[in-house]
Design a protein around this ligand. Structure first.
Ligand SMILES: CC(C)(COP(=O)(O)OP(=O)(O)OC[C@H]1O[C@@H](n2cnc3c(N)ncnc32)[C@H](O)[C@@H]1OP(=O)(O)O)[C@@H](O)C(=O)NCCC(=O)NCCS
Length: 181
């Protein structure tokens, strides 16, 4: 079973492919991206990208459901709605040249709508560092709520840093979408 292709006003969300490795290395290799992500090492090597691609492609066997975010000229970021289980994780990043245009809110909404179509009762977890205002704003706009403090391990910095965990249900997702439409 493979992930579908989802279209939004400006983006295509599609399964990640081996051919995305170079773009992922280039974009995640930027420390400004890596420093906000828990599990991403820095420097980021091609083998790190290939490992990540392999496990997302095997999502039916317990890997992540991760979409490549594509603006038409190749991968610009990724959004994932987690592994099977009672509380899947929502994770995401965009390459730095693409920040600040509302693209992650748009991509996140499409991925979450797709997920809730299949798993209406899901309770999706996410979180961000307290210093990551852009990410906390994305989560709030998508309807994630009930913030509680949580220290996050950041591999690229070798540090545990203050962060916030939040949760999304179908109801809070829909309410947020109504406010924005
Ligand atoms: C976090 C990230 C995905 C945001 O993507 P983005 O497409 O730039 O976000 P959006 O443009 O959809 O912005 C969402 C909201 O945050 C606001 N925002 C954007 N950048 C911001 C910043 N640096 N500080 C404060 N608010 C910011 C936007 O104004 C928008 O709110 P608004 O519509 O009310 O104006 C992107 O910065 C990124 O990939 N960062 C590195 C990796 C990362 O942090 N991943 C998430 C880990 S939890």
């Amino acid at each position: 079973m493979s992930l579908p292709v989802l279209k939004t006003a400006r983006l295509v969300l599609r399964p990640v492919a081996q051919g995305d490795a170079d773009r992922i290395v280039e974009l995640v290799g930027n420390f400004d991206v890596a420093r906000m992500l828990s599990l991403v090492p820095h420097p980021y090597r091609r083998e790190d990208a290939l490992w990540w691609i392999d496990q997302t492609c095997a999502y039916a066997d317990g890997g992540e459901r991760a979409f490549a975010i594509d603006e038409g000229s190749g991968l610009i970021g990724a959004v994932s709605v987690g592994r099977d289980g009672p509380a899947p994780e929502f994770g995401y990043w965009l390459g730095k040249p693409y920040w600040g245009r509302g693209l992650m809110t748009e991509a996140g909404r499409a991925a979450l709508a797709w997920y809730f179509e299949a798993f209406r009762d899901a309770s999706i977890l996410s979180g961000a560092l307290d210093e990551n205002s852009a990410s906390l704003n994305v989560l709030r706009k998508l309807g994630f709520a009930g913030p509680h403090p949580h220290r996050l391990r950041i591999k690229s910095r070798g540090q545990d840093l203050p962060g916030t965990r939040v949760r999304l249900t179908f109801e809070t997702f829909n309410s947020a979408a109504r406010v924005l439409s």
